[in-house]
Structure formats: C-alpha cells, structure tokens
Design a protein around this ligand. Structure first.
Ligand code: BGC
Length: 721
C-alpha cells in the first residue's frame, strides 16, 4: 500500500513538472515570470532589431517612453513626483489633459518629511505615493529630490530634504523602498549640484571634489547603494563644464562606475544638448526634446524621433560612428526597468484616500516645527484651549488657498485639501471669522489690510496663516526668490495686526527659511511647510494641543541672507557670473557654516520646540557605543529627536565644528525615560581626502555632541582613535 502511494505521488510530481516544462518551452524566456529578470532582459534584447533598441532610448510623449510593441513589451509611463501623482498631462505639451479622474492624495512636501526625522514615516510616504502611482498606471515616479539646501532663495527647496547630507540620505532610502515595493520606480533627482533655479538650464557649477563627495552626493549614493533605486534623473545645469544629463564624470565614472548603478539615467525634460555626449556619457532615456533648434523644433512642435538619442543616435550606430555596445547597454537598462515595473505584476496599487490621509496627518503632525512659543500673560500662547476663546479670527490668503496647486512640476490635483479656515470652522463653527488680509498682488492691498485690522480689534485670538505660496518667485520651480522676506505687504499687515491685538499665532506656510518680521512681538510661530490633503486638520490639531509638535528644522534659518554661507560670497557664488558659479563656501553648507564661522543662526538646524520638556542624562561611552537617557519632564506626551554630531578635534584639513551622524526619534509619556544608544562607526569619522581620492580616517581625538538641536548640546564625549 505504502509503495503504491509513493509511486503515485512520484508520477503526479513528474506529470506536473512535465506540464511546467512544456509551458515554459512554449513561452519565450522574456515572458516567463519564473525566470530571473536578467535572463528575461537578455532574451528580449536578443530578439530586438537595432531600430527597436534605439526606440527605447528616447521619449515618445511628454511622459511616455517606448517599449517594444512587436514583442508585447510595454513602454514606461512616468509622472511627477515627489509629493503625489501629478495631473494627467497632454501628450506633447505642458497642459493638463483635463481628466476628471486624475486626483490623488497630496502628501506634505519633502522638506516637511525631512522635518519629521522619522524613517518609518518616510517609508509610509513612499509606499502611499507608490500605491497611487501603480493604481494610476505610472511606472516611474519622478522623485524624490535630494538636492542640498544651499541657499534660502532656491525656489525648489520645498521639494528637497534640507541642508544635511546625512539626514537626506537617511530618509531617502525608506522613501524609495516604499515606492518601489509597489513595482513602481523612483527616479531620484536632480543629479547633481542643481541647487538653484536661476539660470538652471545651463549654469555651470564649479565645486570642489570634497564638497561634492561630502555634501552633494551622499543622498544620491544612498539612493543607489542602500535603496537600490531603479532610475535617476540628470539635472539641467552643467557640472565642471559639461551638462549633467550627459556628464562623463558624474554619470559614467561615479554613478555607473564607482557606485555600480544598474538602473536607468533619464534626462531632465529638455536637458539633453549633445548627441555624442548623450551616446557615450551614460544617458539612457532622453526625455523632453523640444529644443532641437538645429531641426526647427521648438516648444509644442514635438517630433520625438528627432531626439539626440533618436535618429542621430541610430544614424551613428548604422554608420559605425558609435559601437553597438552603447545601444545594447542602454537598451538592457531600459528593459530591466520595464521588467521591474511595467511587466511586474505584483499588485495593482490602490487609491485609498482614507488610509493615505492618515499617513499625511502623521507626517504633517511630526513635521510642523514650533519655532517660537512665548508667554502671553503667565503661560505660553500655545496650545490654545478653544473653550477660552469666543472670537477667533483667521487672517491670511494661505488660510484658504489650495497649496497643492502650483509650484510647477510638483503640482497636484488633490482629491481633497482641507484648508486651515475650513478645519477651524468645522470644529468651532460660529467662533471663527475670517479676513483675507493680503492678496497675491504686486502692491499691498490696503482695503484687505484695513478690514483685517478692524476685525482683529474685536477678536480674542488671531491665527495668521501666511508665508510663501506656490506662485512663481515664491516656492516654485523655474525661478528663485528675490529676497528672504515676505511678499504682498505681509510685513506691514503683521505689524498692524500686532498693534491691534498681540495675541497672534503665526502659521507660516513655506519650504524655505524666512526673514521674520516682528519676531520679538510675535508670540507663537509655526513653520507649517505645505501639508497637502489634510493641511488644515494638522495645523488645528497642533494649535489646540491634540498633537504635541515634534518637527525639527532640516535647515538653518540665517538672521540675514548674507549670513548664509553660499550667499556671503556674492554673485560668483550665487547666482553665478557669466554663466558660472563657484561653490565658495565649499563643505561649509548650512549649520556647518554657522558653527565653524561663529555666525549664529536665528533658528539652527535640528531646532524645534515642544509642548513638553525633555531632560537628557549624562551620556556615556563604552567602546564605540554612546548611551544617553532622555526623560519627558513635562506634562504631556511628546516626541524628541535625539541628535548625535561628530567633530574632529585636530585634522590635517579644515573640518566643520560638528556634523550630524546619527539621530533617533523617540516618544515619551510624561515622566517616562528611554535610553537611546548609537554606535559610532569608522565612516562617521572620515572626511573625503582629495589627495588620495578616497575617504580618510585620521587617528586622534573626536568630540561627540549629543543634543536636541545642532546648537542645543546636552552632553559631550571624547572618543579617541
Ligand atoms: C523638472 C523635473 C520634472 C520634469 C517633468 C522638469 O522641468 O525639472 O523635476 O520631473 O520637468 O515634469
């Protein structure tokens, strides 16, 4: 009997194996999902004509690039990025297609994510955006952006993750893993040294090798080596004389050589300028292509095959100008990306607004930074108990504006965006009144100001919602801000409001550091970024104390614009002279500059207040392990970001006083203590040595700073190597 069953099961197994074999025999390897991707790519490539390979290397629509229709291999649909899935766009111009079903969840902008200092939230963010992208049939999400915050004037800072390479590198990794867990590629951008919008299409950046390695590249390197990002976008500017979209050094030597990137390099839209460089220097897909003046192509007059990596490339391959390896390498990479995304059948995403709103709220709640909370009477103004107030006046254009709109490529069509006014009205009904106060006009609007001031005199409390917006010249792609100040007459309005009623909470929407009027008289200031779909609820929860603020600044607020390193060197450093700019502050970006030069920031990197207080115990060092106990000594539950900075006591080169190397965000109930540990590794101590072209650890003494911000240091240790 036993023998019978054994024979039967052997027969059944072998029959099923035969069935499987005959299935895979009939199916080409590239279509067989059980085969490894590399085998499928190789097989697909072997079946393709030269023309089909070249077709993979350039766009065929504004946000579409080719597949191989004859073989049933789909093309790639891309979308901006990075805060949600963009409006559907026209085939060949920048217009909206006008679909009614292209709404999305608007996630808080990336500066807000950086201000959470929370890796788990970065993963949830990426996962949520990726789910919506997959649902909307997008294969490549154009983002996240990890260009370093070099000057407060950069119009695109809000799309990036602040001034510190370690913070940006730490958060970009889970974001990308989250997106890609859906079979959607992240396309990390804009590689590299694209730190301003002024002259962005061609400014030539001269930057030292050390600053490149220590400041501007680490987040890209982490995206490649730790997150395994599948795509990367070259930037518009030139790097040391050559356009970044076909820059031999940054793409071939560093990205594909040193870092072993196996994904696809896409150009920024119209960022390709030279056929030969595009062929040789590591560009895989050319996007855009409305700038072939030599072929009479401008703007809307698209002819996609006239790309540099289109007909020019094909001709060069046919007549032997270019070796076939060039197109085979590009096509292999594009196929790999297609197999990872468009031909990857794992799930189909979801447009779960309710679940994604929860993530938005968490990110916003942990990202808003409480900059100031002075006493009015005996207690700090925030949080407020609305029961104490009968008349709350909300003032400001940003209290009602849909801030997910605008900003250019990062614009979104949110399924809902709750304004601050709406959130307060929903909660407190008749107690709430509104005055616009200022309008987005060239000249300040006297009438609006006067109306607001009159209403302010009658109110018990004013919530002023202002700052920047997403219009050109504010926080918006394509141009930089002209100054660090507020526009539209907001300074005068704020002074007039304070004169009428000093009980004001300033909710500042902005992706950038600001010059703040009336700082001494303004009791409470929240830096509230752009918070996306649930902006109003997030702000209301913080103002009323439902949420205890825990965001920490991902960049420094200089007192004056010229206190910022990049800005202190004049036009040669920013925005450049005769088409070239030199990063004269070198490695001293952000707090590295303020600390090392002894120029205090108004609000330093890593800073942010709470409704509770935290006491740090004495840190200890055991070998390479740092331990510190942190206690919540206040009355409410709250989160604290424990930060560890390293300084090199004597070095053969200039080193910043301190650099962020570890952090941990913890949640503590009143009275609760938690012990945080960090392990110092060699990489935390090294600098990039230009002479030996490598990272160098110089033995000696190091100071470890444990603090609540880059300047609020609660304990120091000495480490000897
Ligand atoms: C921007 C990119 C964006 C692309 C597509 C470019 O102008 O610089 O960030 O992804 O357009 O919209």
């Amino acid at each position: 009997m036993k023998l019978f069953f054994t024979t039967l099961s052997i027969m059944l197994i072998s029959m099923s194996l035969q069935a499987q074999n005959s299935q895979s025999k009939g199916r080409p390897v590239y279509l067989d999902e059980r085969q490894p991707i590399e085998a499928r790519v190789k097989d697909a490539l072997s079946r393709m004509t030269l023309e089909e390979k070249v077709k993979l290397c350039h766009a065929q629509g504004k946000f579409y690039s080719n597949g191989v229709p004859r073989l049933g291999i789909p093309g790639l649909w891309s979308s901006d990025g990075p805060h949600g899935v963009r409006f559907e766009m026209n085939w060949a111009d920048w217009g909206h297609s006008g679909w009614e079903i292209d709404s999305c969840t608007a996630f808080p902008t990336l500066t807000c994510l950086a201000a959470t200092w929370n890796e788990e939230l970065a993963y949830q963010y990426g996962k949520g955006v990726g789910e919506e992208a997959r649902y909307r049939n997008k294969n490549v999400m154009l983002g996240p952006g990890v260009n370093i915050y070099r000057t407060p004037l950069n119009g695109r800072n809000f799309e990036y993750m602040g001034e510190d390479p370690y913070l940006a590198a730490t958060l970009v990794v889970p974001y990308i893993k989250g997106v890609q867990s859906n079979g959607v590629a992240s396309c990390v951008k804009h590689y590299c040294v694209n730190n301003q919008e002024t002259n962005r299409m061609g400014v030539n950046v001269e930057v030292s090798e050390r600053a490149l390695r220590e400041i501007y590249l680490p987040a890209f390197r982490a995206a490649v080596q730790e997150a395994g990002v599948w795509a990367l976008m070259g930037s518009y500017n030139k790097v040391r004389g050559q356009h970044a979209c076909h820059n031999e050094y940054t793409l071939q030597t560093i990205l594909k050589g040193e870092w072993g990137f196996d994904g696809v390099v896409m150009s920024d839209w119209d960022g390709t300028h030279n056929a030969k460089e595009a062929a040789y220097n590591g560009l895989d897909i050319e996007m855009g292509t409305s700038n072939r003046p030599d072929k009479g192509i401008f703007g809307r007059n698209f002819r996609f095959d006239e790309s540099y990596l289109g007909n020019d490339f094909l001709k060069g391959l046919r007549d032997g100008t270019y070796p076939m390896e060039l197109v085979n390498d590009k096509a292999t990479r594009v196929l790999r990306l297609i197999f990872r995304t468009a031909m990857n059948r794992q799930g189909f995403g979801k447009m779960d607004y309710a679940a994604h709103s929860e993530i938005v709220k968490q990110i916003g709640s942990e990202g808003v930074v409480l900059l100031q909370n002075n006493k009015v009477g005996k207690t700090p103004l925030l949080p407020i108990a609305p029961s104490q107030y009968n008349k709350i006046l909300i003032v400001g254009d940003n209290a009602t504006r849909v801030l997910s709109h605008g900003g250019q490529s990062s614009e979104l069509n949110p399924q809902h965006e709750t304004s601050v006014l709406k959130a307060f009205q929903d909660r407190y009904g008749d107690k709430i009144s509104y005055a616009q106060g200022y309008a987005v006009e060239r000249n300040p609007n006297e009438q609006l100001r006067q109306e607001a001031v009159e209403k302010a005199k009658q109110a018990d409390l004013i919530i002023y919602v202002g700052g920047l917006n997403k219009e050109s010249g504010q926080d918006c792609e394509g141009s930089d801000r002209r100054s660090m100040g507020l526009s539209f007459g907001q300074n005068e309005l704020i002074t007039a409001l304070l004169n009428a009623n000093p009980r004001i909470v300033f909710v500042m929407m902005s992706g950038n550091a600001m010059e703040l009027p009336e700082l001494k008289r303004m009791p409470a200031i929240l830096h509230a970024w752009y918070l996306g779909s649930d902006a109003g609820d997030i702000v209301a929860d913080i103002i009323t104390g439902k949420v205890c603020p825990s965001g920490k600044l991902p960049f420094s607020y200089p007192v004056r614009l010229e206190d910022n390193g990049a800005m202190s060197f004049g036009a040669e450093s920013y925005p450049g002279v005769n088409g070239t700019q030199t990063y004269k502050e070198d490695i001293l970006v952000g707090y590295r500059w303020h600390d090392t030069k002894g120029i205090p920031a108004l609000f330093p990197f890593g800073y942010g207040l709470s409704y509770t207080t935290f006491k740090y115990g004495k840190p200890t060092l055991n070998g390479r392990t740092v331990t510190v106990a942190v206690t919540n000594t206040g009355k409410v539950e709250g989160k604290e970001v424990v930060q560890l900075y390293v300084g090199d006591d004597q070095a053969s080169v200039l080193r910043p006083v301190k650099e962020l190397k570890h952090f941990k965000k913890i949640n503590l109930r009143p009275g609760e203590t938690q012990t945080v540990t960090f392990t110092i590794n060699d990489d935390d101590l090294k600098f990039y040595d230009e002479a030996s072209k490598g990272w160098k650890l110089e033995p000696g003494s190091f100071t470890l700073y444990i603090g609540s911000s880059s300047t609020d240091i609660r304990g120091k240790l000495k480490l000897s190597i």
